[in-house]
Design a protein around this ligand. Sequence first.
Ligand code: PMT
Length: 400
Amino acid sequence: MPLQEKKILICVSGGIAAYKINILVRQLIKQGAEIQILMTPAAQHFVSKLTLSTLSKRPVFSDFYSENDTWNNHVELALWADAILMAPCTANTLAKMMHGQCDNLVIATYLSAKCPVFIAPAMDLDMYQHPSTQQNLALAEDFGHIVIPAETGELASGLSGQGRMAEPETIIDIFCQYFESSKKKSLTGKKVLITAGPTYEAIDPVRFIGNHSSGKMGFALAKAAAERGAEVILVSGPTSELINHQNIRVCPVISAKDMYEEVFKHYDQADMVIASAAVADYAPKEIAVQKIKKNDDSLTIELVKNPDILKTMGAQKKKQFLIGFALETNDEEEHALQKLQKKNLDMIVLNSLRDEGAGFKKDTNKIKILTQSGAREFSLKHKQEVARDILDFAEEQLLK
Ligand code: PMT
């Protein structure tokens, strides 16, 4: 079954199309999915909790608290899901999602989510065409969400036009395609070494030099490689990202030197390396033993160059397929190509801080992949999808 064990969180908001959710839930369950339903307060006027909890075989939540005064933990709900579906998504819920107006459990859960988000809007035709709705839908795509456009036909108002929620069959097809493409087991038996996050270079016991990397890109790559059957070693600098997969071993490090040492414990066995970490190029020459006091008007810290982990891997390359990253702010392609050559890489993933929604901390990224023989550009996507694009491209190169 294409959706076997896939955990789908469906957030229902208050529109007449909510009646279609009963059918959607039944069909998703038939495809093997596990369903958890949340409702906005308004949704309960259109479809009953009893029907949806009976069909989904789970309690349906609509409030921050349950009747027995227990907390409906929106973070846990969000982390549980492999995908979130906002359906039907009214103009009001869409606007709240896009602008972080967190006044109900659905929005709190959406804002806590790390998984892909699918949006099936449903509303009257003029509401759908209104510039604010269209802007919010465009913004949703910029956030990397997958918008399932409303269909054209007869609407509850009696008018006819675009605004009907996509039919359950269409939504299920989209899910099946999405999960099918993420189900490839093409890396079974392969060892993939990934660096992620920032490095922190200590100045004294309380201060460090660091950068804005959150680890999201590297963790998404680890998840995507593990889902394809690879055995993944994830060497990560300080991050709040969490991952729990039987194929992934996380090796936490702090500084560039720590990362260098950890990476070379695993490098010889690796078939593929993906260096997504933002490694500090320099570190303080001396680390003060005590906290530095602010006695003077200025402070000079002498920095020394850190080892270039990826360049060393390139110099020692045997069987490994080496993938580097380049985060640039200007003359992007030129700099990325220089890194590809200098570090003896097989491909380099370029992301630019000039692209809206790309780079540090965001859930999305916009990349261009460069090799010695060409380049391919990708649109702005959720980092989990970007990770799949990178692996698809690498696998294509390996087959050449
Ligand atoms: O973690 P996120 O918030 O999700 O952000 C993701 C990201 C922006 C950090 C990521 O997409 C990215 O671009 N990572 C590389 C950032 C970077 O520092 O690039 P660079 O151009 O400085 O380095 C080039 C390559 O050499 C990188 O693969 C880097 O990991 C590697 N390198 C750099 C210096 C060094 N001393 N050792 C290295 O291995």
